[in-house]
Ligand binder design. Structure first.
Ligand SMILES: *[C@@H]1O[C@H](CO)[C@@H](O)[C@H](O)[C@H]1NC(C)=O
Ligand SMILES: *[C@@H]1O[C@H](CO)[C@@H](O)[C@H](O)[C@H]1NC(C)=O
Length: 305
């Protein structure tokens, strides 16, 4: 599931920031229908099926790759944007960059350590699954050395944070175990530095926590994974966290793949038809209601914002 947020930049009226949150872990995200159009503010910015003059459609997507990123958070939305790039002769000429600390080695999805939220740890002594039935409001986490397992994907970056590509329009920040890493200083500094120059910021799932630590979500509406709500929202005390929300526009959060479709509908000419065409090829059902978020109730996150 994807939860996006769309923000007006304090730096430029034209700079809009879309925050997507992807609900991944413990959920069958791909079986849940996805949404596209959502909030009022989002629709105002949307291409009205190509008669509405809106900001230039974004061209250059860059994906932040912290160690321990969620593969789904990266490749779910990318599947959709890749399809956008090859819809036909009039496809937007998109560009894709992957950012990491070094070009010398691929970035792994394997976390540097195992992070167990304490409210999910085996404190449940009634045989219930602590992941599905968290009982505690303890938002802290415990880390454990990770046993070598080797069952992880690795992705080669194209650029480093110290020598990033020019003119990034959209920065996509995935979540995953990375969001709880104590070693995110380089990534956080990069987000803070590049944010004023972006057209949009998309955070997926717990990636909102990484962006929140950079302070760029302060005062904005955003959402995140409801199964990690306490931990992630604590990373941004000034963020207006929204629940329930599949994704958020102008401060709303959305689920990753749904968010990608919502983004295409809102930001590209003929976006609605293109999104529906892509969804058909992916056999994916688009959900249009950004508030359609069964996981808020499931994980006991009360309505807010
Ligand atoms: C944990 O997070 C929830 C939701 O944000 C909050 O209501 C609660 O007060 C937090 N608990 C602690 C101990 O910080
Ligand atoms: C809009 O997109 C659809 C799906 O890709 C395509 O069939 C149609 O020709 C497009 N219309 C215009 C006016 O570009």
């Amino acid at each position: 599931m994807l939860l996006p947020s769309l923000f007006h930049s304090k730096f430029s009226l034209r700079a809009l920031f879309l925050i997507f949150v992807l609900l991944t872990h413990h959920t069958a995200s791909y079986t849940i229908p996805q949404r596209s159009q959502a909030s009022v503010s989002f629709s105002e910015l949307a291409y009205n099926d190509d008669n509405h003059p809106t900001p230039k459609p974004p061209v250059h997507f860059a994906v932040l790759l912290p160690r321990g990123f969620s593969a789904l958070d990266v490749f779910g939305p990318l599947e959709v944007f890749q399809a956008l790039s090859r819809t036909g002769p009039n496809s937007p000429q998109l560009r894709l960059s992957f950012l990491a600390r070094s070009l010398n080695e691929p970035v792994t999805t394997e976390p540097p350590f195992q992070v167990i939220p304490n409210n999910l740890s085996p404190k449940n002594n009634d045989n219930s699954d602590p992941y599905l039935h968290p009982k505690s409001t303890d938002n802290s986490t415990s880390t454990f050395p990770l046993p070598p397992r080797g069952f992880h994907a690795r992705l080669l970056p194209t650029h480093t944070y110290s020598v990033p590509p020019q003119s990034i329009d959209v920065l996509l920040v995935p979540g995953g175990a990375a969001a709880r890493s104590p070693d995110l200083g380089t990534e956080i500094e990069f987000i803070r530095a590049v944010f004023p120059k972006l057209q949009y910021l998309i955070t997926i799932c717990t990636g909102a926590g990484i962006a929140a630590q950079a302070g760029v979500l302060d005062g904005r509406r955003a959402t995140t994974n409801k199964a990690a709500w306490g931990v992630i929202t604590a990373m941004g005390r000034e963020v207006r966290w929204v629940s329930p929300a599949r994704w958020v526009d102008d401060g709303k959060v959305t689920a990753g793949i749904d968010l990608a479709f919502a983004f295409i509908k809102a930001k590209y000419p003929n976006g609605t038809a293109i999104a529906e065409d892509i969804a058909g090829h992916l056999e994916h059902t688009i959900i249009d209601d950004w508030r359609d978020d069964p996981w808020a109730d499931y994980y006991g996150v009360p309505p807010q914002n």
